[in-house]
Design a protein around this ligand. Structure first.
Ligand code: ADP
Ligand code: MG
Length: 333
């Protein structure tokens, strides 16, 4: 990681938010995010990602617990004094202002002179390779260029941590993938700490150094994408990440990646009996849906078969097969 001297560690200590008398929206979460790292908060809608981010930003205050930036306790500081900045969904640029005035906007609010704010805004636009388009309005810029203006606008307050709440979710799929590669490249280039909220595990896997999977206000698992994908800590994580089957054998519950499961003709004595319920051709592999019987009853599972292997031993809808896997590939939950 290429941490910038001006990037900060973020620490959450038993952080809790209650909006009302019901279940807490965020429930005693503790987490350390290293300076200069790209952290993704990942989880289904309503699990507390935005609330967590807003408590770091200062747009919402904790019910209990603390938020630390390096060694500074910022739990009760106003947003503007924290050293954080927020980048919003779809960039939220002002359509009637030029790129330069969009970037300079927060300095105007702080009462900086026109010369000073234009100088700083120009400087930042140069930094994101947008200096030559400073006069253009958002409508005259491509999606990628708009994102760079939004980034420059967030950076003008010289934040030590950049906070992004679903910045890509309103974009079409093609642009979303392009923009996420750009975000990742800028984060590396700037060496700033990024905390990015998303409900897409694919997006989190592509971006994160530290992936934090949340469920019902709690952290289910935090680790590198590789750790979380290969060693899901709970059934929730295994199911949410996708590509895993959860099965019960020998009185235990296991997660097995669907590319690590094998189908063999039915009637064999070992392996889980299963029936093919769905076949989807997906290009380089075929995704086979099955209904398997394990010790807990019927389970929906899937097996990913590489195309070449499929060509040699295809199965048919309704066929009875038996499912097997190398024990080392079964991860206990
Ligand atoms: P996420 O960003 O993961 O979708 P949120 O942090 O927005 O989740 O919401 C977490 C929980 O808190 C949800 O149950 C949501 O309904 C509730 N919540 C969020 N904001 C408010 C609010 N301002 N007032 C009351 N409840 C809220
Ligand atoms: Mg949200």
């Amino acid at each position: 990681m290429n941490a910038n001297k001006a990037s900060s560690a973020v620490e959450l200590v038993s952080l809790t938010k209650r909006y009302d008398d019901g279940e807490p929206a965020v429930d005693q979460i503790s987490l350390r995010i290293e300076p200069g790292s790209y952290c993704c908060l990942l989880g289904p809608s309503g699990c507390g990602k935005s609330t967590t981010l807003r408590m770091v930003a200062g747009h919402e205050f904790a019910t209990s617990g603390d938020v630390l930036l390096d060694h500074r306790n910022i739990t009760w500081l106003p947003a503007a004094e924290r050293g954080t900045a927020m980048m919003f969904q779809s960039f939220a640029l002002f359509p009637h202002l030029s790129a330069l005035d969009n970037v300079a906007f927060s300095l105007k609010m702080k009462g900086a002179s026109k010369t000073e704010r234009h100088h700083k805004a120009k400087d930042l636009l140069e930094r994101v390779a947008m200096g030559h388009l400073a006069h253009r309005k958002p409508g005259e810029l491509s999606g990628g260029q708009q994102q760079r203006v939004a980034l420059a606008r967030a950076l003008i307050t010289q934040p030590r941590v950049l906070l992004l709440d679903e910045p890509l979710s309103a974009l079409d799929p093609f642009l979303r993938i392009q923009m996420r590669a750009e975000l990742r490249a800028w984060q590396k280039e700037l060496g700033l700490t990024f905390i990015h909220v998303t409900h897409s595990q694919e997006e989190a896997m592509a971006l994160a150094d530290l992936m934090v999977v949340m469920n019902q206000g709690r952290i289910e698992q935090a680790g590198t994408p590789h750790e979380v994908y290969n060693r899901p800590a709970s059934e929730f994580v295994a199911r949410f990440m996708g590509g895993h089957n959860v099965v019960h054998t020998n009185g235990q519950k296991f997660a097995v990646r669907n590319d690590h499961m094998r189908m063999s003709p039915g009637g064999t004595s070992d392996g889980l009996p299963a029936r093919v319920t769905d076949i989807e051709y997906q290009g380089i592999y075929v995704l086979v849906g099955l209904r398997a019987q394990d010790e807990m009853g019927d389970q929906e599972v899937s097996v990913m078969v590489p195309e070449a292997q499929w060509a040699e031993a295809p199965v048919a809808l309704g066929e009875h097969v038996s499912l097997g896997w190398t024990p080392a590939m079964a991860h206990g939950l």
